[in-house]
Design a protein around this ligand. Sequence first.
Ligand SMILES: [Zn+2]
Ligand SMILES: [Zn+2]
Length: 274
Amino acid sequence: MEHCICVTCGSQFAQSEREPASCPVCEDERQYVGRDGQRWTTLDRLRLTHRNRIAAEADGLLGIGTEPAFAINERALLVQSPGGNLLWDCIALVDDETVERVRAAGGIRAIAISHPHYYSGMVEWSRAFGGVPIHLHADDREWVMRNDPVIDHWQGETLPLWDDMALVRCGGHFAGGTVAHVPRLSGGRGALLTGDVIQVAMDNRHVGFMRSFPNYIPLSARAVRRIAEAVAPYRFHAIHGAWWGRSIAIGADAALRRSVERYIAALEGAYDDR
Ligand SMILES: [Zn+2]
Ligand SMILES: [Zn+2]
């Protein structure tokens, strides 16, 4: 009996006698099954071949990512906050060295995840830190491959957390697609942690939006406007995306507005024949 982990998306599954027949997260049009077919691993095997790198992303914000790259290769973020640390997004690998280093950085009070592609090893992470709650938007409930009583399926548009942090439902990439607002980051000017619900572009000056990044399925203008409206009430100077180095350090609120305008203009034909 093992908890299998999908090699392509990093989702850990409920315990089973045999490998699951397929991975619903990867069968979905937003992800893909690798061209060698569905493959599985386990946490024990992953611990033999991979380790986690922990490094500062910004003041009060640590990145935690796996090396060499594994699955979607997102890195989690540990928000260091006086009332307790928030683990934002998650990765499949957790090992003794990681637990020790995260404890030394103040541990974890709760886990919150932007969308199902990063649910990954969330239950293992929760257990490693004493069974801390995991906040997931209820609209994405069907994508939880390993259920557990520590999961809080929150509903509605916002979930206030401690130290004035909040989870904000944006939808778009997934119905329950969520970002986190952390007012104390960026020197008190605020930051959004966005996963790929709001995707930081390679130029670190714009963001983009997609239903599927690997399969190039765009979102509608309406969906993108709704994302912009959902975060409009919040003050933020920085946006931290899902991968190392994908951050807009200054003026991220203006960058978001500019990017939304550019995206909608492109859909409406602004670049046709140019
Ligand atoms: Zn998968
Ligand atoms: Zn995604």
